[in-house]
Design a protein around this ligand. Sequence first.
Ligand code: GCV
Length: 701
Amino acid sequence: MRATVIILCSLLWTQSVKADDGYRLWLRYDQLSTPSVQQYRRLIKSISVQGNTETFDVIRRELSVGCTGLLGTPVIVGDRDDASVIVGVPETSALIRRLRWETELKNLGPEGFRIRTVGNVIVIASSTDTGALYGAFHFLRLLQTDQPIDKLQIDQKPRLKLRILNHWDNLDRSIERGYAGKSLWNWEELPKRVDPRLSDYARANASIGVNGTVLNNVNANARILTAEYIEKVAAIANVFRPYGIRVYLSARFSAPMELSNLPTADPLDPSVIAWWKQKADEIYRAIPDFGGFIVKANSEGQPGPRTYNRTHADGANMLAAAVAPHKGIVMWRAFVYDMKPGYDRAGAAYENLQPFDGKFAPNVLLQVKNGPIDFQPREPFHPLFGAMPRTPLMPELQITQEYLGFSNHFVFLGTMWREFLDADTFAAGRGSTVTKVVSHQRLTGIAGVANTGTDRNWTGHHLLQANWYAFGRLAWNPDISSKQIATEWTTMTLTHEDRAVATIVRLMLESHEAVVNYMTPLGLHHLFWGGHHYGPAPWWDTEKREDWNPVYYHKADAFGIGFDRTKTGSNTVSQYHLPVAQRFADVRTCPEEFLLWFHHVRWDHRMKSGRMLWDELALHYQRGVDWVRATRTTWASLSGVIDPERHEAISKKLVIQERDAVWWRDACLLYFQTFAKRPLPVGVEKPAKTLDEYKAKALEW
Ligand code: GCV
């Protein structure tokens, strides 16, 4: 008897750890071996998807593949009324009509859904087929994460309306700040051939509630707006539509000049206004549900309304008027930092845009990066959040890891985004968190700069799929905990083994702090090698703009280190509401993780630990390295629980991460030591190379 059990167990084991290339992401529907599968088999005998749109076809396929795979028994999927799971909308399902849920479904909105146990039947209902699709994915997630399904009482709707991935993809298929291969959009082959992978991309997004994709880089090429490319974009839109995903484009502000030889791109010029209107009409003829435009204007060399002495609001509103008749929107980026020399870049976007609060058209959102500089490993929240109550603000997060070790370093970004969303702006008193600010506007949304590419595993590093997943889950519900996201993702993607799940989740939750420790602890920022932003170069001072140089940000000198943003410095701390501004401005109350962001502090400043700043800084760097080493050991102990292919690929990445963490620690400490002129404290390892060696050659990825 015992022998049989063991043989059975090991059979299941081998099955669950067979090689996997990661392509299936979190949508792996391998047979479950958890106790709950008995209940699932009992309650899911047949499924009826009641509706005849392409989206209902997607639901049918997904539930069929998903349930058959997970349960390990064929599940009949049809449209009969006597099925054990029924999916539909009131118009298509007699059963759902009989339940009289019209009011509730209406309140849940077009993307919301209800999942209820009604007698012996599980009903997945919505007022639209897209909502039903989200419900179907939610239901599958319940099975994938071993949740009971006998008494279901679920009502859900997304908290943010626009949940959009921004692809910084160029037309030659390179990706700006992309580290997972080439662009998924094969412009040369389109529209004739559409890569089947695009449906898988759309499917993955739909499973986490992402409902929009900006196809091209915000550093935009005007060609995307030509008839030739609109046809290609339309072909992609056709693939995405059944999955509830709209396409959006980055619009180059000077396109009328580049494509039609207009003498100007002045947003108040009638010929320019007419050009954009015609362009919008042309796009909507090809793509009736086109989402709208995103614009990077007057930033890092991009054209914009300022060139013509017009305001950002003039530029945004002109485009907004062109798409408004089609219900399109404009996402105007707040990443604007051209200011007079000597100005603090962290305050520039606020200076440029806050005065225009209330001046933007109703279909414009201002897209604001989470922090005031540029996707650093840790930044305080952007002061524009809470400062523009009459303008919809849309956070922009960076899923791709431009400043976080590309696709080499394991860092779960859910915790970083949680920190940002939970930050209290005090805009309307205590509790005015970023989540609250951005979810209580007339138009709501969130954007994430994608980390996907043509790599077989999509994101270049298996564990970084979790960041794509986390973005979608937070966009759907910005209050969901990092632990929940990490647990869901791990269980769906890597293993169902409880202890292993707990271990991996712990590592995920610790990972961001660790990376901050070995890159930019205590509020340091932008210490990166110029251009590629991979390794450290705190000594860098040769960029043409002052604020592209690390020395501008850390300001290390014989006295101390850090950027004084208080009254004695740039005073951009005053852009925050009270009491946040006060708390950040006082060196005694400023959270230590932001100390050097807001203050220039003496090397021997006494920290909360009782240590002096220099020692504390050095120990943070060491702590980061120690974490990566410990993680390598922990990861090694998980071999056998995770399939060998992914286990080994992740192990290899951790080797690189350790090399890099050591490099970061040594390069930064050796350099800062030239100012601090103090020995490394006990517990910090001696650097492997000299400072000159670190300066001579960039860290390679
Ligand atoms: C798309 C940073 C990046 C740029 C990026 C820019 C932006 O500066 O380094 O690659 O350009 O942000 O967000 O527009």
